[in-house]
Design a protein around this ligand. Structure first.
Ligand code: FAD
Length: 634
């Protein structure tokens, strides 16, 4: 990595400039450089590249899928998270592979170090430590950036990944402090410039909990939550755990906690009218939870270490914007936290975002050529959503300057495609986060097959390095060999049943691969039938079992998704009462009642709409039409 100092900048010119060294910025800069562009990453502070602004964890439901997809395209987030992981947990372990979410608690400082190492060793990528104050625009397109000292750096493409920094305002009770996150400046001039350019912009907010000192927590009285014995890595290139593994602990808010919070609601920035922005529905503050779920007397809190060499504990589940002195009172009403010392108070942050409907599905701004946007600036929340967008913007900026068309990611190939389509077609009015329920193809879009789905695309796009390409190709060849061997063995039901299986006696021969997909047949049973298959690699057997298990369901799911597409023009009758429709979430019930979409296609474009809800609407609409037809005939 070249690190340039501002006084030497006059001659600098890049193919691609990325503004911001957060999660979107790092994957954007790395992807642009991998795709062949001479890239400069400009960020406020080099030592905060890869900073986790909120919780020190990567992955989870839906988000873990995104990280696997980033990794499949040789992006950096997955392997950095593996290098920093201090506790792995596969969420939804008891459910099917399609909805399992790999997650890792990370050491915040190891994460930064690993990310900075990735950035500093990436060919064609340089870093400048500076604040960008303005975009330089000429001939109707962005031609570079202007730094706070007035220096201009020219570029053929610019990617903005400024996260929560645009007109960022931190709120703690009635205190308001300009800032992009605690300890960092806000980006005000740049935000004003975007508004002057006429971009459609709004305000969103998010929050973070107080950080506690480890020595002031009574861990002995709390339940311990260890990590998984068999860690699920994010990167297919990771083969072992490198950092020490530690447990988390669990506690709960109490009735007394809720009482103190309720008594002080008027002093909360969130409830006292101090914040105009909309917050994340799926990551509510403790004030929100106490008000919205008034019937509950307790909420779960995970006490997560921020790292191995830091005394900081992150209490997951209690983000707040109450005054510091009030936080100090209610935190001590929580079992195990009676002596807790707050090292850094919780706070809320409000910031500008750009309506992502102003972007192409490749994340280029339609109205101003030469500019791409990625991450929290597009109304999303979370490191994973940011990094995935960064990768897309970095790749497409590099492709644009090489005269190539944008790389398309579709809803059928990836969660990345789902997110791009959701954002650019439905927009956001509240921070967007990924869930598996957003995909109509979720049995196919599994975390376990992300490389099979996307690495070939990454290789074709020039994104994938030699090491991954070789590893992927040898894995693909091995899977093909194993699949062929499993398909070459077949047995009739009567012969199989004679050996202890219980297949339907329909006379149809089943291949070993088909048998492997059955939930009642494990590999050992199969090897009992055909001992010569016992030398198949264990990874191949597990992966092919998942494939075979889902094969029929995936065909059915595809047909359902296609039916929903075909039915987009179907009118939703006025007689359809959403309040009475079972199975709809209260979020969608409210939105549908308020909007009354004319057709199924209009309903699909409602922010937060899920394929499952659309299927319910289709059935209900058909039923009402049939009833109306019957009454006309009667
Ligand atoms: P960031 O990680 O914010 O990175 C932005 C980068 O841009 C920084 O490096 C910054 O220095 C740089 N930058 C900005 N402006 C300029 C400029 N003008 N010149 C040069 N550099 C600039 N997400 C959740 O999913 N759940 C949560 O509960 C949650 N809580 C949060 C609480 C707080 C207080 C904050 C601040 C964030 C929270 N987030 C949460 C969001 C999460 O941090 C972001 O989703 C994620 O960091 C977004 O990544 P990003 O790359 O878009 O932006």
């Amino acid at each position: 990595m070249g690190v340039f100092h501002v006084k030497h900048l006059a001659d600098q010119q890049a193919d691609v400039i990325v503004i911001g060294g957060g999660h979107a910025g790092c994957d954007a800069a790395h992807a642009a450089a991998r795709a062949g562009a001479a890239t400069i990453l400009i960020t406020h502070r080099i030592d905060r590249i890869g900073e986790m602004s909120c919780n020190p964890a990567i992955g989870g439901l839906g988000k873990g899928h995104l990280v696997r997809e980033i990794d499949a395209l040789d992006g950096v987030m997955g392997r950095v998270a593996d290098a920093a992981a201090i506790q792995y947990r596969l969420l939804n372990r008891k459910k099917g592979p399609a909805v399992q979410g790999p997650r890792a608690q990370c050491d915040r400082s190891l994460y930064r170090k690993a990310m900075q190492a990735e950035i500093s060793t990436c060919p064609r990528l340089s870093v400048i430590e500076a604040a960008v104050n303005d975009l330089s625009v000429g001939g109707g397109r962005v031609t570079g950036v202007v730094l706070d000292g007035g220096e201009v750096i020219r570029a053929k493409a610019v990617i903005l990944t400024t996260g929560t920094f645009l007109r960022g305002t931190i709120h703690i009770g009635d205190k308001r402090i300009p800032g992009g996150r605690i300890g960092d400046p806000a980006a005000r001039r740049l935000a004003d410039r975007l508004r002057d350019l006429g971009l459609p912009m709004g305000r969103l907010k998010t929050g973070t909990p107080p950080r506690l000192h480890r020595d002031s927590v009574d861990f002995d009285r709390l339940d311990q939550q260890p990590g998984d014995d068999d860690p699920t890595f994010f990167s297919t290139l990771t083969s072992r755990v490198t950092a020490s593994q530690v447990p988390c602990h669990i506690t709960h808010t109490s009735a007394e906690t809720h009482e103190v919070i309720r008594d002080n609601l008027s002093r909360s920035a969130l409830f006292g009218g101090g914040i105009e922005g909309v917050g994340p529905r799926y990551c509510p503050s403790i004030e929100d939870k106490v008000v919205r779920f008034a019937e509950k007397t307790s909420h779960q809190i995970f006490l997560e270490p921020e790292g191995l060499d830091t005394p900081l504990i992150y209490p997951n589940g209690i983000s707040t914007s109450l005054p510091e002195e009030v936080q100090a009172i209610w935190v001590r009403t929580i079992p195990g936290l009676e002596r807790a010392e707050i090292v850094q108070p919780g706070y809320a942050i409000e910031y500008d975002y750009v309506d992502p409907r102003a972007l192409t599905p490749g994340l280029a701004l339609r109205a101003l050529p030469g500019l791409w946007l990625a991450g929290q600036i597009n109304g999303t929340t979370g490191y994973e959503e940011a990094a995935a967008q960064g990768l897309v913007a970095g790749l497409n900026a590099a492709r644009a300057i090489a005269g190539q068309p944008p790389q398309h990611f579709s809803r059928t190939d990836s969660y990345i495609g789902v997110m791009l389509d959701d954002l650019t077609s439905a927009g956001v009015t509240e921070p967007y986060r990924m869930f598996t329920s957003r995909s109509e193809y979720r049995l196919h879009l599994r975390a376990d097959n992300a490389d099979q789905r996307l690495t070939p695309l990454g290789i074709a796009a020039g994104l994938v390095g030699e090491r991954r390409r070789r590893a992927f190709e040898s894995k693909r060849e091995s899977l093909a060999r194993s699949r062929a061997r499993l398909e070459a063995h077949a047995i009739t039901p009567s012969a199989a049943n004679a050996k202890g299986l219980s297949l339907n006696e329909d006379g149809v021969r089943r291949t070993a691969l088909q048998l492997l997909g059955r939930p009642d047949i494990n590999p050992e049973t199969l090897f009992g039938l055909w001992p010569n298959l016992g030398d198949l690699p264990a990874y191949d057997v597990a992966q092919l079992a998942r494939e075979a298990h889902y094969a029929d369901y995936i065909t059915r799911q595809r047909a359902e998704a296609e039916e929903l597409r075909r039915e987009e023009a179907r009118p939703l009758p006025a007689a359809l009462t959403y309040e009475a429709l079972p199975g709809l979430s209260s979020e969608l019930r409210q939105k549908l009642t308020a909007r009354r979409p004319a057709t199924l296609g209009d309903a699909r474009r409602i922010e937060g709409m899920t394929p499952a809800a659309l299927a319910l609407l289709l059935v209900a609409a058909k039923r009402l039409e049939q009833a109306a037809a019957q009454s006309r005939r009667a």
